[in-house]
Write a protein that binds this ligand. Structure first.
Ligand code: FAD
Length: 1607
């Protein structure tokens, strides 16, 4: 690669390094990647070598010491030798000498370095065919243009040229034709030179993969009607060359095999890093800081599809890999130092390695799930497609997996990982065998010789141990690279999993890990990553018995010990409400960077400890050993581990000092309440509070409670004669607090760290303080920065447990020239001190600070800031909210000048400087500076800053507030706007509105101007405004819209993250309605869970479809490449629509719905009073018939036709407008339909809340009423499906009149019809279109329970999930299967949902065999014994003689009293006469009010009035009316347009009439007698329909009813 320069002082050749921390040194500062090669070719200058000495020779000799110096410098004493000789004999003294192996290695050099030197020597001559490996570039190619240039200058140019044409060929649908047309160029050495090998490998590998992909996606992979031969005619194939290239044109297959053999690949294959890291070109090879392979410094050389996701994903992946560039040299150096027993050298290299690793996660930021992230955005659907493309060519190839990344495998070896037994561990070892030889040799050298972990441990040097621990954490810790990677993957997979992805590249999430029932695919992958992380941590932390994410926010994050050195005033406030606290961290091995945070375990003040000890009588036992529970035991282990000693014995005083004493959480108070057997009034009073946690301490509570509790109870609860186990049960280990680090240090190992801590004050709860105002201080801030004069209360000589972490997104820009603006409120200035100390005087980018504080007295660090301002390093602007003695920045004087200014907040200051701030916010594309903006402080500060910036943009740039948000959101998406919100969580009031699951589900925010809610641990948050700021990307939050996402929150460690908690509180809008207590109503409880899960699926399906629909209709780029019609868009729509139609909306209308249908039918059949048949709506039949209807077939034909266009752009060009119009119309229908299903599901969910208000004579009635209602909703959904197909069938792609050239289009259609003769003829089986056997036999009529069971059994038997994928498939086989999966195949998410439901149905049928058999009237066909019992005379005979037969029912709902009650229910409903309309009106009003209140304005919620005297009929009618009246979706203003021929969204009038007639027949069949009770029990459907009629008659003002209504 060409010349390289120092980025700071480009012309610094031969001079001193301007950045060095060591005076007079020519080497850069710690972490500078230019050390040693800053001046190209000038080794003398770079390595400080005197001019008269040969530098190469010098370097070779520099570190060479005599072997004896290294090995025998510290020999044992004579006494030790004597002792050894006496105890183990003379021969044992042999061990005093080094082994031959050691001697040899020391004589030859450290193995890793030797591998490196050899690679560098041979590589350039051999085209690096052993793999890229060099000191300077690590695993990157030293010159990314070299191999490609060599290929271009050889006959192999045909391959690289074709690669360059590929996106165009894909867009035209002519990939295979183009490849087949290539003339054969052999890949032998005489034709393709060694230098071109890597480029040839990548080019040919990519071409083979795209061939395969196109073959599998030729327009017949989705819904397909006419048979088409995927084979091309007259093409010479490589079938004889092995599985990998079978069916691939010889023009690429043969050279690919030849090149692979030359590259040492026995089976032709590409790796993940070939596709990414070796498929890039570097824009500016000189721009190397911090490493050359950065996202912004590279282009994807040969994209195959040419879309943004492919580019962003592969470049992001390449950056992750290449960000380790300097790690290779660092590791080789570590080994050398270990070999030389050079601790200082090792320390320096470990610190360098740690910094490389700590920087690596930022590479993830280059891949974004935020659609505004420009070229960093990854569209999930495109990513899904790329994963299919990248699958290996055969089952025996190694998988294309990130696990094979050389940095991962190298770091595993370096850190001494030994356990590889997890799924990913096994795969990693398998993939390692397929790495290029140089890389394998290097990894083996690190793994097997001079192991660093053992040396560090044996050294006993706390600095080495500390730094090494930091390396472990940075690589595989929860907040390190692996932790961040895990979270990134979770988000990507969740979004992709819901939009059709089946597996990861590494295939986790696609295998049955035995936990299918509970984990969704991305959760499985998360678990697999956690298992691998635990294996990596095992050598250093032992076996972890918790998941890594559970360590977050706990003591486990504080792995170092520091001491409090001083507390200093930072302003002129005499009360020192904010202080600079300095900790002594020397010899800990801690290093940090600007923006890093310190976690610290606080200690309770002595007075708080004393209050507790006095009340519990522990004064004399403070030094006694405490009995530890599991949590405290882990804490003790942790203390032992970090002290490098045995586990310490914790005493009573330790529990009091380190346990959680304040504030009072509900768990703590409840524990006390139980311990005291509910006898304390004070505790009861506290429990009745409406705000948690209560602002008081355990000491306050105990002091008060002891006064009103009987001494006997007190003594029993807190028995002092036992083992005091109650103490640790009551007091849990405190959690650490986080503080932004306020210093920047250039020391190799900083010896101190500064924090800026403001004391948090709060008023003691009135329960304890009465009418007086008593101020208290936060545990940690009060300990670190106590009131002036009260230091003695916290005085301690104890070590403080501390840890350092790096936020995912709060760092200075890599580029020193980028301008930086900081906004701080109060102590929010803390992290910025490290920013300005680091940048001032070194970076060229402008730096400004906007600070809001109360008064001049509270202006922190004024002197220091003035100094920086005077030196011209930064601008400082201030706003004082309670002080008119203002300060103004004067750019001419470079000073802060006193001036009278009315008090103001930071937003006013921002508006004042609006123009400059707008320039910072706006991206370079928008004409701005593309600056970096940081906000730090409380949530209030954040609000104020944002409102100021919005106003500034509105004033200076935009005309509407909407476009203002767009500008801001772009800054967030580009990761130039970063937040550090450090509020402590606020107490939340308990009297907030209750939000039902259905209200939550309706707020998915996918339509413009609608709100997005999420549910987390029983609370609902409106996160619409936060979405654009989410560091993980907006799509991740959106994919959880409308559902309870607590599980994801836990897995992503958001739950115990104070930052997330404090931000969330800002968006809190109400409590999520809890599941009603269905005591003694197991059926209802079971149905509730089932329906809830269905609602969740319905909601997630709406959101996921919206993602895909957005990609289809949202961007014109999808449909056109330049001016030409793009087959990419056609294919995208074809895949999406095929998947929906082919699977028949499987997540909604598959096993999940069938399970509901089965269980509801069972309940209804069971509650029927007679053993006669229960007539049920034929829901499954309606669905099956809908799927097999003529309308469905017509719709499928249309989609099939679109599939054929994907491989025939010639024909497609005549139908451009038709295809686009069809696509946009169908996705519109899809969304409309899915939203309707969700609304139905919401109605069902609401019924569970209302049903308990129903006045019923028995629980059976209640259950039956609800089941009847739910059954009708299912029926309604099924009918919607039929209507959907009918709607779709009305549209056609072929609309010549709309095309640019109608006559040509018509002629083309005709020609096409004449030519193939298959147009519109169903020639191939359409899986979704063929109704099951049972469906054909029935018209629209009600069915027996027996039919239901038979149908369900059929579903279970024919389901592929009954024959699960064999688990003994090899990994390679599983990976290859990915490429064969059709894009229209069911997504992993749907498979998982269906699988769970099928299993549940199967279990249900097994568990209820007898009852089902009885209700079905027919005994199980295969059970001969049962058959005989029921039908044979012997059975009768047996019964007569008292021989046991199956009991009639095991179900409690069959009790005679319940059966007797049924007629009463129906009678009441029919005779309630005059009171009925009034009651119903009340209920409807109640329902409506409840929905309106909570949906529109949660803040103004009023409690729902309970209707106590409702009749069942009124309740059901209410439910039904609600079903009919629920607004479509509150967030869909105006709704979607309806098809031209059917304005009401139904199929058409005739069809509707048909359906209605069929339904009526069902009622008639089921309810033929005039006896109301009889008809009620015979046909639930009938009665429901009658109820609906009645309800609609009532709402329509018709009050006339006769006896038949309700029957
Ligand atoms: C990323 C980050 C960076 C930070 N940086 C700084 C910094 O540089 N300087 C600084 O001064 N502070 C900083 N903080 C805040 C700091 O971590 C502490 O939260 C703060 O010092 C208060 O802790 P404490 O122990 O003194 O208060 P606590 O004793 O924990 O309580 C203080 C107040 O919070 C309430 N409270 C406590 N826990 C809860 C809860 N679970 N739910 C509801 N209310 C609760 C209490 O009732 C009381 O009013 C930062 C926080 C974060 C998350």
């Amino acid at each position: 690669m060409s010349e390289r320069r120092c980025p700071v002082a480009p012309g610094a050749t031969g001079r001193l390094c301007p950045m060095s921390s060591r005076p007079g040194s020519k080497l850069g500062p710690r972490g500078c990647t230019f050390s040693g090669f800053a001046q190209p070719g000038d080794l003398h200058a770079a390595f400080d070598i005197p001019m008269h000495i040969n530098p190469v020779h010098h370097l070779r000799q520099r570190d060479r010491k005599a072997i004896n110096d290294i090995l025998y410098s510290s020999g044992p004493s004579m006494r030790q030798i004597k002792e050894m000789q006496n105890s183990t004999g003379t021969k044992s003294l042999d061990s005093l000498n080094a082994s031959d192996q050691d001697l040899l290695a020391i004589a030859l050099g450290a193995p890793a370095r030797q591998v490196l030197l050899r690679a560098e020597e041979i590589g350039p001559q051999t085209g690096w065919r052993d793999g890229y490996l060099s000191t300077e570039y690590g695993f990157c190619p030293p010159d990314t243009t070299e191999a490609v240039g060599a290929l271009r200058n050889s006959p192999g140019r045909v391959w690289s040229d074709l690669c360059e044409r590929m996106p165009g060929c894909v867009a035209r649908g002519r990939v295979r034709e183009s490849i087949a047309a290539l003339h054969l160029v052999q890949g032998t050495a005489d034709i393709i030179p060694d230098k071109a090998l890597w480029a040839a490998l990548v080019a040919l590998g990519m071409l083979c993969s795209i061939w395969r992909y196109e073959e599998n996606n030729n327009g017949t992979e989705g819904i397909n009607v006419p048979p088409r031969s995927p084979k091309l005619d007259n093409v010479d194939m490589s079938d004889d060359l092995g599985d990998e290239v079978r069916g691939i044109a010889r023009s690429i297959g043969l050279p690919y095999v030849q090149i692979c053999i030359r590259m040492g690949r026995s089976i032709p294959h590409l790796t993940f890093f070939d596709q990414s890291s070796y498929n890039i070109t570097i824009r500016d090879p000189l721009s190397t800081y911090p490493y050359v392979g950065r996202f912004d410094n590279m282009d994807l050389r040969w994209p195959m599809f040419g879309d943004s996701a492919e580019r962003a994903f592969l470049k992001g992946v390449a950056e992750t890999d290449l960000s380790f560039q300097h790690g290779v040299d660092a590791i080789a150096s570590c080994q050398e130092h270990v070999m030389m027993k050079n601790k200082q050298g090792l320390l320096e290299e470990l610190i360098r390695l740690k910094e490389i690793l700590e920087r690596m996660p930022t590479a993830f930021n280059s891949i974004s799930l935020n659609s505004r992230a420009g070229e960093n955005y990854i569209c999930p659907a495109e990513w899904v497609r790329w994963a299919k493309f990248s699958a290996p060519l055969s089952k025996r190839c190694p998988a294309t997996s990130g696990l094979q990344f050389p940095p991962f495998l190298l770091m595993d070896a370096f850190l001494g990982r030994t356990n590889y037994s997890s799924f990913l561990g096994e795969e990693g070892t398998h993939l390692r065998a397929w790495l290029p030889s140089n890389l394998r040799a290097f990894i083996a050298a690190v793994e097997n010789y001079y192991q660093i972990p053992a040396f560090v441990k044996a050294s006993g040097d706390p600095r080495l141990i500390g730094v090494f621990d930091g390396v472990v954490e940075a690589y595989t810790g929860e907040r390190g690279f692996m932790g961040a990677h895990r979270y990134k993957v979770f988000g990507l997979l969740e979004v992709a999993g819901k939009t059709g992805r089946t597996e990861t590249n590494g295939n986790t999430g696609g295998t049955d890990m035995g936990t299918k029932d509970v984990m969704r695919p991305w959760e499985e992958t998360h678990q697999a990553f956690s298992d691998a992380m635990k294996e990596r941590l095992e050598p250093h932390r032992g076996k972890l018995d918790v998941q890594p994410q559970e360590l977050r926010g706990t003591f486990a994050e504080c792995r170092y010990k520091g001491k409090l050195l001083s507390r200093n005033f930072v302003d002129t406030d005499p009360s020192r409400s904010t202080a600079m606290v300095t900790l002594d961290i020397h010899d800990t091995g801690i290093t940090f960077q600007p923006g890093d945070r310190l976690a610290m375990m606080p200690l309770n003040s002595w007075s708080e400890c004393a209050k507790v000890a006095a009340a519990l009588g522990l004064d004399d036992m403070l030094e006694d050993a405490a009995t530890l529970d599991r949590q405290w035991m882990r804490f003790a282990d942790h203390l032992g581990a970090i002290s490098l000693s045995t586990k310490p014995q914790l005493r009573v005083i330790d529990i009091l000092r380190r346990g959680h004493l304040a504030p009072l959480t509900s768990q703590l108070v409840m524990k006390l309440h139980n311990l005291l057997r509910a006898s304390s009034n004070t505790i009861l009073q506290v429990l009745a509070t409406d705000e948690w946690p209560v602002r008081a301490s355990l000491g306050d509570l105990l002091q008060a409670a002891i006064k009103d509790t009987s001494p006997r109870v007190w003594d029993q609860a807190f028995a002092l004669d036992g083992n005091l186990a109650w103490l640790t049960d009551l007091i849990s280990v405190e959690v650490p607090r986080t503080y932004s680090i306020s210093t920047y240090s250039e020391e190799l190992l900083p010896s101190t760290v500064d924090l800026t801590i403001s004391r948090s004050d709060y008023q003691l709860s009135s329960t304890f303080a009465g009418n007086s105002k008593i101020m208290r201080h936060g545990v940690s801030s009060g300990f670190m920065n106590p009131l002036v004069g009260e230091e003695m209360d916290v005085l301690d000589d104890d070590d403080l447990l501390i840890g350092v972490s790096r936020p995912f997104a709060f760092q200075l820009p890599v580029d020193d020239t980028s301008p930086v603006t900081m906004f701080a409120g109060g102590s929010g200035i803390a992290p910025f001190r490290s920013f300005w100390q680091c940048r001032a005087g070194r970076s060229f980018g402008k730096m400004s600070l906007y600070l809001g504080v109360q008064s001049r007295e509270k202006f922190c660090y004024e002197d220091e800031l003035r100094q920086y301002v005077n030196e011209g390093f930064m601008e400082v602007h201030t706003a004082f909210s309670r002080d008119s003695r203002g300060l103004v920045y004067d750019p001419v004087q470079q000073d802060l000048v006193e001036r009278e200014i009315s008090p103001r907040y930071i937003d006013a200051l921002i508006v004042e400087h609006g123009s400059a701030i707008c320039d910072m916010v706006m991206s370079k594309q928008q004409g701005g500076l593309g600056g970096y903006l940081y906000v730090c402080g409380s949530v209030e500060v954040f609000d104020s800053v944002m409102s100021g910036i919005r106003r500034a943009i509105y004033n200076h740039v935009t005309s509407t507030m909407d476009s203002t948000d767009m500008i801001l959101n772009t800054a967030f998406a580009e990761r130039r706007f970063m937040l550090d919100i450090f509020m402590t969580p606020k107490s939340l009031p308990c009297n907030t509105p209750t939000i039902s699951l259905s209200q939550l589900a309706l707020h998915t925010g996918h339509r413009p101007n609608t709100r997005l809610w999420i549910g987390v641990h029983g609370k609902v948050y409106d996160v619409t405004d936060f979405c654009p700021m989410h560091p993980g990307g907006t799509d991740i939050i959106k994919s959880n819209a409308g559902v309870d996402c607590s599980k994801s929150f836990d897995l992503l460690a958001h739950t115990n993250n104070p930052e997330v908690a404090s931000l969330l509180n800002k968006y809190f809008i109400g409590e999520l309605r809890v599941k009603p207590t269905f005591s003694h109503l197991e059926d209802l409880s079971m149905l509730y869970d089932l329906w809830n899960s269905f609602l969740r699926v319905a909601t997630e399906t709406v959101v996921a479809s919206h993602f895909e629909v957005g990609m289809i209709v949202g961007s014109p780029d999808v449909w056109f490449q330049g001016d030409l019609f793009n087959m990419g868009g056609v294919r995208r729509f074809y895949h999406y629509q095929s998947r929906l139609l082919q699977s028949g909306f499987s997540a909604l209308f598959g096993a999940k719905l069938q399970e509901l249908y089965l269980k509801i039918s069972f309940i209804l059949a069971n509650s029927s009073p007679s053993t006669g048949s229960t007539r049920l709506p034929d829901v499954l039949g309606i669905i099956a018939r809908a799927k097999g209807s003529n309308d469905a077939v017509a719709a499928c034909n249309e989609i099939s036709q679109i599939g054929q266009f994907t491989a025939n752009s010639e024909a497609a060009r005549f139908h451009e407008k038709g295809i686009r119009a069809y696509a946009s119309k169908s996705v519109e229908f899809d969304m409309e339909f899915l939203e309707d299903i969700r609304t139905d599901a919401c109605n069902g969910m609401d019924a569970f809340d209302s049903i308990l208000d129903l006045e019923a004579q028995s629980e059976t009635q209640r259950v039956a009423a609800l089941s009847t209602f739910l059954m009708q909703i299912l029926e309604r959904m099924a009918n919607r499906l039929a209507a959907f197909y009918a709607k779709l069938a009305r549209y056609s792609v072929f609309q010549p009149e709309m095309e640019v050239h109608p006559a040509r289009t018509r002629w083309n259609i005709l020609r096409h019809k004449i030519r193939d003769g298959t147009f519109f003829i169903l020639a191939a089986e359409i899986p979704m279109g063929s109704p099951p056997r049972y469906a054909n036999n029935r018209a629209h009529e009600a069915v027996d329970f027996e039919h239901v069971i038979r149908d369900i059994q059929h579903v279970i038997d024919s389901s592929p999930r009954s024959n699960p994928r064999p688990r003994n498939l090899t990994l390679a086989e599983q990976h290859a299967a990915r490429s064969e999966m059709k894009p229209s195949d069911t997504s992993a998410y749907e498979i998982q949902q269906s699988g769970t439901a099928l299993k549940a149905m199967s279990t249900f049928i097994d568990n209820n065999k007898r009852a089902i058999r009885r209700l079905s009237r027919v005994p199980q066909a295969l059970d001969l014994e049962q058959l005989m019992q029921v039908y044979s005379p012997i059975a009768e005979d047996r019964q007569q003689h008292g021989i046991q037969t199956p009991p009639h029912s095991r179900s409690s709902s069959r009790s005679p009293s319940r059966i007797a009650a049924m007629p009463t229910l129906v009678r009441r409903s029919t005779t309630s006469g005059s009171t009925y309309p009034v009651q119903m009106h009340m209920q409807l009003q109640g329902l409506q009010r409840r929905r309106n209140t909570a949906t529109s304005e949660p803040g103004r919620h009023t409690p729902t009035p309970t209707t106590t005297s409702l009749t069942p009929a009124a309740a059901i009618s209410g439910l039904l009316t609600k079903l009919n009246t629920r607004p479509k979706a509150p967030n869909a203003p105006g709704g979607l347009p309806t098809p031209p021929l059917s304005g009401d969204g139904a199929p058409d009038q005739a069809r509707l009439m048909q359906m209605f007639a069929a339904a009526k027949t069902g009622i008639a069949n089921g309810a033929p007698t005039p006896d109301a009770s009889h008809s009620r029990t015979k046909s639930t459907t009938g009665s429901l329909r009658a109820f609906r009629l009645q309800a609609s008659a009532l709402t329509g003002g018709l009050n006339r009813r006769d006896g038949s209504i309700g029957s």
